[in-house]
Design a protein around this ligand. Structure first.
Ligand code: DX5
Ligand code: ZN
Length: 220
């Protein structure tokens, strides 16, 4: 199968101690650090931007998996590239007209392009982005409405993961929202291999154990 990537969502961390929280997650076995960038417009919440990514980059070499919940992702490509972001995942709902240019620019800044879709967006919308001249390298299927951590996993989104995995056996498929010990098996058996988890990892007494449990479920 495709390699498991466990990506704790730093949205659930103590933002005032971001560098040490990031290191703690890596020590617990995290592969990636998931960074939720929100603009208070695409979603009704505001989080961090390129300055915080730049600060964190000075403290870690880790893969920074940036999830852009913003209305104008193109505006973020250059700043995030300079800041040291690793992955740049934009939303298809705001990129229907310019995803080709977006993907090209993301790659030219040395980042790995990904596309995300909200629970209500049909999976067919991302097929052209996987098959086009400038293909995305990851699809992030949202398993909650984007905007906040700590929400309930929506099992109906697994139909999209299954359809995607059937069509693209080696694609990185990420899931985000409500993932933890009680939902990981649904996501893993549907075909997801990149797992974002915020509250279940940060809220657990033993974060390392939650991370290793999720890895086992994907690798099974
Ligand atoms: C939600 C974010 C998620 C969020 C996940 O809009 O994209 O990354 O932090 O948090 P949990 O795992 O608590 O649902
Ligand atoms: Zn996210």
């Amino acid at each position: 199968g495709v390699a498991a990537k466990i990506a704790p969502s730093m949205l659930s961390s103590d933002f005032a101690n971001l560098a040490s929280e990031a290191q703690r997650m890596l020590d617990c076995g995290a592969d990636w650090l998931h960074m939720d960038i929100m603009d208070g417009h695409f979603v009704p919440n505001l989080t961090i931007g390129a300055p915080v990514i730049e600060s964190l980059r000075k403290h870690t070499k880790a893969y920074l998996d940036c999830h852009l919940m913003v209305t104008n992702p193109l505006d973020y490509v250059e700043p995030l590239g300079k800041a040291g972001a690793s992955g740049f995942t934009f939303h298809v709902e705001v990129s229907r007209d310019n995803w080709g240019e977006l993907v090209q620019r993301i790659k030219s800044k040395g980042m790995r392009p990904g596309v995300s879709l909200k629970p209500g967006t049909p999976i067919e919308e991302v097929y052209p982005l996987i098959e086009g001249e400038y293909p995305v390298e990851m699809v992030l299927v949202m398993t909650v409405e984007p905007g906040f951590g700590g929400q309930k996993f929506m099992p109906e989104t697994m139909d999209k993961v299954r359809a995607l995995r059937k069509k693209y056996p080696s694609l990185d498929i990420e899931v985000d929202g409500g993932l933890g010990p009680s939902t990981i098996d649904m996501a893993a058996s549907a075909g997801a291999n990149c797992i974002v988890a915020g509250s279940s990892v940060f809220g657990a007494p033993d974060s390392a154990q939650v991370i290793s449990l999720m890895r086992k479920s994907v690798e099974e």
